[in-house]
Design a protein around this ligand. Structure first.
Ligand code: GLU
Ligand code: ZN
Length: 294
């Protein structure tokens, strides 16, 4: 590794500001950071603030402050998805023009009643309707892909073929739209994130193909779960990591990621710990299970 020699690797960490960083999101930040830095790449941070009802005031800035105190310094300016509406609208307009999308009035209950997988009911009814969602015609339906951590991933084929939502009925942009449009916009080459997103990745790979754009490489590390089997998440009120005491959480996150840090690092500085971790990062050391109980 030569720090003076930049590669074209571009990775990112893309938290939603729905709460503070907890151990699960620290793992996502650290794994994406280490993989980028080990490969002499750039590491970007994007705040995915497109769902105001689920956001917590001040969480975005707190997440950034915590990343800084954990020594996870990002390259380039932070991108806020709330600033990207014009681009999302452009992509929606382009899909409509190419007849690759349609309005859907179906309710969650209606879809549940037919087995939970949307069958394209509204494809034929193309007039815009008030309070309609917009779906993409999924001509691709990728359900298998190669993952840099999990190797071959196989998802539910029926779900992978579903016409997915790009604009929600409540008028908010869907995650699938925003994440793919921004990963393209930021020229992201590698996406390292948790196994809770294995299934969405299949849809995103289809979407890249529909947009006729090369997809990044994906790698999914196991998610951290509590002994009750719940994923650590902001929705489950996972405790925030201590902004003022980074070493214990960073050390535990390295262990979680299968990196075998030497014990001396427990008393090292943040810089020393991260320098060791960048140099020794081994993507093949990351466990291939989808979930690890803490
Ligand atoms: N914003 C998403 C989350 O917090 C992550 C998106 C992604 O990594 O693609 O779960
Ligand atoms: Zn419908």
């Amino acid at each position: 590794m030569r720090p003076d020699k930049l590669s074209n690797y571009r990775g990112r960490f893309a938290p939603s500001p729905s709460g503070l960083l907890h151990f699960g999101s620290l793992i996502a930040a650290l794994a994406s950071y280490l993989d980028a830095k080990h490969n002499n790449g750039q590491w970007l941070v994007r705040i995915e603030d497109i769902d105001p009802p689920r956001e917590q005031a001040g969480a975005g800035i707190e997440i950034l402050n915590t990343l800084e105190s954990y020594g996870l310094h990002w390259d380039e300016d932070v991108l806020y998805q709330s600033q990207q509406s014009a681009l999302y609208h452009e992509v929606l307009a382009q899909l409509a023009e190419q007849k690759l999308s349609y309005y859907c009035r179906c309710t969650r209950a209606q879809i549940k009643a037919i087995g939970g997988i949307y069958q394209g009911h509204c494809r034929a009814l193309s007039q815009p309707a008030h309070a309609s969602a917009i779906r993409v015609i999924n001509t691709v339906g990728i359900s298998q892909y190669n993952d840099v951590i999990q190797n071959q991933v196989t998802c539910n084929a029926e779900l992978a073929q579903e016409d997915f939502i790009v604009l929600r009925k409540d008028g908010l942009f869907a995650y699938q739209l925003a994440v793919v449009v921004d990963d393209i916009y930021q020229n992201i080459t590698h996406v390292i994130r948790g196994c809770d997103l294995l299934e969405p990745t299949a849809r995103q790979l289809s979407f890249y193909q529909i947009l006729q754009h090369k997809a990044p490489q994906f790698g999914h590390f196991p998610i951290a779960a509590t002994s009750q089997g719940f994923k650590l998440s902001k929705q489950n009120n996972a405790p925030a990591i201590d902004k003022n005491n980074p070493i214990p959480s960073l050390f535990s996150a390295l262990v979680f990621l299968g990196q075998q840090p030497p014990n001396e690092l427990q008393t090292a500085s943040v810089d020393e710990l991260l320098t060791w971790a960048i140099g020794h990062w081994s993507i093949t050391g990351v466990p291939k299970s989808q979930e690890i109980i803490l």
